[in-house]
Design a protein around this ligand. Structure first.
Ligand code: DON
Length: 579
């Protein structure tokens, strides 16, 4: 039997709970937040309030997304950032949709083998800790570009709340304190980061304590006054380049001067009459969500049921095939030819279905591509305004607190996004992803991402806004939230809270959240040949909005609240707030 961990515990638990619960074991969720004019869902309650205030003042969803982005950089510093990058998916009230790519780019001096030693072996930590791990940040350029093209309010208006929280500080609640705890040892290695985030006793700030960030307030004020040039062409870039040079990094002023935002066409596909609008390369997210949905569309998931062995079987097999494509074929579109139309083709999905044995687990090593040649902390927020403009943003420093470094005087934590590249074909990255040549390091190239800010529409109207952090699991988290609403009839909060499963081709393992599957389902899957990892960790912090009711059932009965917001119960400091 291929079950690791708590088989015995599960068996004994099953004696007490199996009779009273359906196949998947999960608790009831609280009701989603309701709103008639707008909804903001983020992983930090103060940032949510900033977004709602912008909407109330007459700003649109893009304005709110920018204000939230800057606010999270202050009140959620392990993932919110101006020293990292991300993606914004926008669907405007007139039906147009677009995608803003403000992810990090590799420095000009980056090389394919920069994280390998003389013997060609990866140097431990080199792509994760310190300045060598830092990609050229994109958040400030991205927010400015989005504001100029799609926003309505001034930069000063949108940045003022973030500046105030940095200057005056904010008091940590239990969730905030928890998101800091555990990072003390790492932050202690960089004196500038330690001076901000650690107390004199070397501990992180606790519940009820106030975190004040004067240097970050000064950097934000300079950007507010002078625009993105203050970051890319002025003193901030100079300070980062200086610190990088002094501490083993390769960032140059030209990297900052040459940073450009890309506006791209989102990836779209249909699923049971819904339209999915999501992230194109350099994210793998939209393509792989669509590829998996295309495979699943021909299975009666609703009939098979949430969490049943049959549902898990077909979902895992769809994930297995799609992650092979993710890890071998996709990369930055300016550098590689991505086979997007093939991967989105419904006929290709049928070819995959034809290969799935209805009774047996597939075997990942049999799917190794011949020409393979060759990878925490992110945050997602979802916003919709009174006009129906919808915005989904996922942005990140990659690992928690990024590279763990701050250039003196800037207050800005820098990312370790370079780890998302293939360091060496076949060698797993932070998220266990085994990737290939398409994602090799090159100067100015963007590492392949899994971030999947997604908007779902129905009959030309916004239906769902969804996304999550979670590294390589972002794709399956987002996918499962959609399937839970569309196929399993869950309301938006239940869909987000429901226990998750994940498979990413390699390792050839189904990861299951605690109590995600019933013990008898686990045994059925093991009998089909699956290896299950029944760990004790949950993952992801999805943020979602459903339009027209909290669930399909409520919408079918004539509707509930116009906007229904849900922050993941796993996000201890988050909030969904409507008005
Ligand atoms: O872009 C990516 O796919 C990763 N850098 C995302 C990292 C992440 O989600 C970490 N959070 N848990």
């Amino acid at each position: 039997m291929h079950i690791t961990r708590r088989t015995l515990i599960a068996v004994s638990l099953s004696l007490t709970v199996a009779f009273t619960l359906p196949a998947a074991v999960f608790a009831a969720s609280p009701a989603p937040a309701k709103g008639e004019h707008g909804m903001v869902v983020t992983a930090q309650h103060l940032a949510t309030e900033v977004g709602v205030e912008v909407l109330k003042k007459g700003g649109n969803a893009v304005d709110a997304a920018i204000a939230v982005g800057y606010a999270l950089a202050v009140v959620y510093p392990n993932a919110g950032n101006i020293g990292g990058g991300g993606f914004m998916t926008i669907r405007l009230k007139d039906g147009r949709s677009t995608f803003i790519d403000f992810r990090e780019r590799a420095p000009l001096a980056a090389t394919k083998t920069m994280y390998l030693d003389k013997e060609g072996k990866p140097v431990k930590g080199a792509s994760l800790d310190g300045y060598l791990a830092v990609g050229v940040p994109g958040s400030v350029a991205g927010f400015e570009m989005a504001r100029e093209k799609y926003g309505t309010l001034s930069r000063q208006d949108l940045m003022a709340p973030a500046i105030a929280y940095a200057r005056d500080g904010f008091v940590l609640n239990q969730g905030d304190a928890a998101s800091f705890a555990g990072s003390a040892a790492r932050l202690a290695k960089d004196p500038a980061a330690a001076a901000i985030f650690l107390k004199p006793d070397g501990k992180t700030y606790g519940i009820g304590e106030r975190l004040v960030q004067p240097d970050l307030a000064a950097s934000l004020s300079a950007i507010s006054e002078k625009g993105a040039d203050a970051f890319y062409k002025g003193g901030i870039a100079d300070a980062i380049v200086k610190a990088s040079g002094a501490k083993g990094g390769i960032l140059a002023k030209a990297d900052f001067e040459q940073y450009t935002v890309r506006e791209l066409k989102p990836v779209t596909c249909s699923y049971r009459g819904y339209e999915i609008i999501s992230s194109p390369p350099p994210s793998s997210g939209g393509v792989i969500i669509c590829e998996i949905l295309n495979v699943l569309e021909d299975y009666p998931l609703s009939y098979l049921g949430a969490g049943s062995a049959e549902t898990v079987h077909v979902m895992v097999e769809a994930m297995r095939y799609a992650y092979v494509d993710r890890n071998s074929a996709l990369g930055d579109p300016d550098f590689v030819d991505n086979p997007v139309s093939k991967l989105l083709d419904k006929a290709y999905a049928k070819q995959i279905r034809d290969k799935i044995d209805p009774f047996r687990a597939g075997v990942s090593k049999d799917l190794m591509p011949k020409d393979f040649g060759e990878s925490k902390e992110t945050t997602h927020y979802s916003i919709i305004d009174n006009d129906g403009n919808a915005v989904a943003v996922t942005y990140t420093l990659n690992g928690s607190f990024g590279a763990g470094v701050v250039a003196d005087g800037t207050g800005i934590l820098l990312n370790n996004e370079m780890d998302d590249f293939t360091q060496k074909p076949g060698v797993p990255n932070l998220y266990g992803l085994v990737q290939g040549e398409a994602n090799a390091i090159k100067p100015k190239k963007t590492p392949l991402s899994s971030m999947s800010p997604t908007i779902v529409t129905k009959d030309g109207k916004p239906f769902m806004v969804i996304g999550s952090p979670g590294g390589s699991r972002i794709i399956t988290i987002t996918l499962e939230a959609i399937v839970n609403v569309v196929d399993h009839g869950m309301n938006i909060q239940e869909a987000i809270d429901a226990p998750r499963i994940h498979h990413q081709w390699l390792p050839d393992t189904i990861y299951v959240e605690p109590f995600g599957l019933s013990p008898d389902t686990e045994r059925l899957l093991a009998g089909m040949g699956y290896h299950l990892d029944l760990g004790d960790q949950t993952w992801g912090q999805a943020a979602g909005i459903l339009v027209g009711g909290k669930s399909l059932a409520e919408i079918g009965k004539g509707g509930g609240a116009r906007y229904n917001g849900a922050i993941d119960s796993r996000a201890a400091s988050g909030e969904a707030l409507g008005y």
